[in-house]
Design a binder for this molecule. Structure first.
Ligand code: GCV
Length: 685
């Protein structure tokens, strides 16, 4: 189907192919961006111009002093900045055969336009009452773990599975930022409004973005701005010594404070709408305040005070733990670390600090308990951090649609007697039991991006759905992730044979649970291969290492006792009722059993089967599922773009191979450990 001669293949349009704009572009459209439209308003006009030119419609752009005239339009979009609309929100209605979008500002106009694009023909159907849309979280961010230089172990994009960086090449910021512009357009269409453009592990070259590289950062910010996206930098706590030649990085040292203040002045002079800094301090070898006997409130406030005069924000990561642990030490529990470090600091952070907390207490596992830190700091702005890049979920070689995982996390009722969800905490929204007059703090929702300079953006073309779902869930955490999958399918494959949607929906819908079933069981985590960057099985890969992530399997049983009664006490970090629910074997949910308890292999799950038989059965069943995808995908040959078909086919073959390896190693490992035969009689080696 693809007709191409020479040169690099065109970049895949992801969920914004021209055809997705046909329902809007074929109509008579009026847009009134208003007097303060700015670059985002210009983007809206440009999108409509492009769509109407491609699909035979007509566009009228109303200057601020014009009146609409008496011509009939099918779609009318405008800004009414009178405070009745959320500044990033909009109201859509259909009446008298006209669809109207009234936005609170230019960003809302952009989001309203894409809302209509997503609805397609349905936006032009029967009259309906106004639908009010506004984002739940104020900041909806993507973090890039991109390096300028190619790191010898991690490559250019740390935990990146889609080629090189879209921002950097040949040791500097790219001259040609057209891929960044395409990316910015994709992000604007799903409501992402913030991007940090370099790795939180700040190496020497990237550190200089903060000083010598500012003109280049300003060029990147210029590209994001028209799509409503603010630019942030990851910065090193060690910058005063590294870049400023100071003798210390001590947060209480006046010279250090002056250095950060002067640096922030220069940043905002170059980029007046710059967002702020993301900081990984005292974490996996990055410098931090501990070296000076200071705590993380001292550290975060140092930067916060430097950026405050400019309206900047500091996203301070809570991923602080001992990465030099002795595996023989059974009392130290990495899961406890973030709470132990940060919960006592609640109330000490400045207003422009956001504590960025990974969704689980370990590290973006396929199944983890939700981090208790998120609920532990009511006087601190908290952002929850997700991982779109598939570090632990198959490196974008495996189909693993993560929408359902994030939906579970964001909707989890972690606080206030299980009435206030993670998304509500991150967005500063009250739950039903929030005390009256409580001051609620909004942090935001953030995630590690999964894109690179690959022609499909994400290596595995179907991993585009994860980026899409992330943006849509950050906008509305209550959205149904399965409906979001369908949205993505409809936009990405507009007008395709219905078998394309059916087949892809069937694969992707439950693919996270399928992945879970052939990898580490029942919330025990890890078992991934450290030597292949967390890809593929290695049951004992982390068992005798310094990283603090153990499963403790022996001949009798498996799991980590994190109870207060007999274990590490981690369950005690949860608010009611979760402390009690997780503490008690009888109430702990099956899927997290081994995260919280060490149990015998013959322990009977709520599902009625034993732990060992569950391990045997689910691994085998999951591989059967993955194998069934291959022929179903083959049947779509000719119905989707050839290159896309070939890429997915190649990745599916690898998924089958890898899932089979997982199945056979995990089943065999536990048979050899336990000596318990598989009641199903399936082969074990
Ligand atoms: C950017 C995990 C990853 C690291 C990552 C770290 C983090 O440990 O394996 O690559 O570093 O998380 O989130 O800072």
């Amino acid at each position: 189907m693809t007709d191409r001669t020479t040169g690099p293949p065109p970049v895949h349009p992801a969920w914004l192919p021209d055809a997705a704009f046909a329902p809007v572009g074929s109509r008579r459209v009026l847009v009134a961006p208003g007097p303060d439209a700015g670059p985002v308003g210009e983007t809206v006009v440009a999108e409509l111009r492009r769509a109407t030119a491609a699909h035979g419609g007509a566009l009228t752009v109303l200057a601020p002093d014009d009146t609409a005239g008496d011509r009939h339009h099918d779609l009318v979009l405008g800004v009414v900045a009178d405070g009745t609309q959320h500044p990033e929100g909009f109201t859509r209605r259909r009446s008298g055969g006209v669809t109207t979008v009234v936005a609170g500002g230019a960003a809302g106009l952009l989001y309203g336009l894409h809302d209509v694009v997503r609805l397609g023909e349905r936006a032009f159907g029967d009259d309906h009452a106004p639908v009010v849309e506004a984002p739940v979280a104020p900041v909806r961010m993507l973090d890039h773990w991109d390096n300028i230089d190619v790191h010898p172990v991690m490559g250019q994009v740390e935990r990146g599975y889609a080629g090189g960086s879209i921002f950097y090449a040949d040791g500097r910021v790219r001259d040609d930022l057209s891929r960044v512009a395409d990316y910015a357009r994709l992000l604007g269409s799903i409501g992402v409004n913030a991007v940090a453009i370099n790795n939180v592990n700040v190496h020497a070259t990237e550190a200089r973005l903060l000083t010598d590289g500012l003109a280049d950062v300003a060029r990147v910010a210029d590209v994001f701005r028209p799509h409503g996206v603010r630019t942030y930098l990851s910065v090193s706590f060690g910058s005063p010594m590294r870049l400023g030649g100071l003798a210390t990085n001590d947060p209480l040292d006046p010279d250090v404070q002056a250095w950060w203040a002067a640096t922030a002045d220069r940043v905002w002079a170059a980029i007046p709408d710059f967002g702020g800094f993301v900081v990984k301090a005292d974490s996996e070898g990055q410098p931090g305040p501990f070296a000076y006997g200071r705590d993380h409130a001292d550290g975060a406030n140092l930067l916060a005070r430097a950026v405050a005069p400019h309206g900047g924000t500091v996203f301070w990561r809570a991923f602080v733990y001992n990465h030099e642990q002795d595996w023989r030490d059974r009392r130290t529990d990495r899961a406890r670390a973030a709470y132990d470090h940060f919960a006592p600091l609640d109330g000490r952070f400045d207003d422009n600090v956001v504590l960025q907390v990974k969704y689980g207490p370990l590290d973006f596992q396929v199944r983890e308990a939700v981090s208790p830190v998120i609920a532990a700091m009511p006087r601190t702005r908290v952002a929850v951090e997700l991982q779109v890049t598939q570090e632990y979920t198959g490196h974008q070689k495996h189909v693993c649609y993560l929408g359902p995982l994030w939906s579970d996390v964001l909707g989890f009722p972690l606080a206030e007697d299980a009435t206030r969800t993670v998304a509500e905490i991150a967005s500063g929204l009250p739950g039903p039991r929030t005390p009256e007059g409580a001051e609620l703090q909004a942090g935001g929702i953030t995630a590690v991006s999964n894109v690179g300079d690959d022609e499909f953006w994400t290596g595995h073309p179907l991993a585009q759905a994860n980026l899409y779902a992330y943006g849509r869930l950050a906008w509305d955490p209550s959205a149904d992730p399965v409906a979001l999958l369908d949205e993505w399918l409809d936009l990405t494959f507009p007008g395709a044979d219905p078998r394309v949607r059916e087949t892809l929906h069937a694969f992707m819908d439950g693919s996270w649970l399928t992945y879970e079933k052939y990898t580490a069981p029942l919330g025990v985590c890890f078992m991934v291969d450290p030597l292949r960057g967390h890809y593929g099985p290695n049951v004992d890969g982390y068992e005798y290492s310094k990283w603090g992530t153990y499963h403790f399997a022996d001949r009798d049983g498996i799991g980590v006792d994190r109870t207060v009664a007999t274990g590490t006490g981690f369950t005690g970090q949860y608010q009611a009722p979760w402390d009690a629910v997780y503490e008690d074997l009888a109430t702990c949910p099956d899927e997290l059993l081994l995260f919280f308890h060490h149990v015998p292999y013959q322990h009977v799950l709520k599902s009625g089967t034993t732990v060992i038989q569950h391990i045997y059965d689910t691994r085998a069943d999951a591989v059967d599922v993955v194998e069934s995808w291959v022929s179903r995908w083959e049947a779509l040959r000719g119905l989707v773009d050839d290159r896309l078909h070939a890429r997915v086919a190649e990745r599916l073959a690898e998924q089958v191979r890898s899932a089979t390896e997982w199945r056979d190693q995990v089943r065999t490992y536990f048979f050899r450990k336990s000596g318990v035969p598989d009641a199903s009689g399936r082969p074990i080696y």
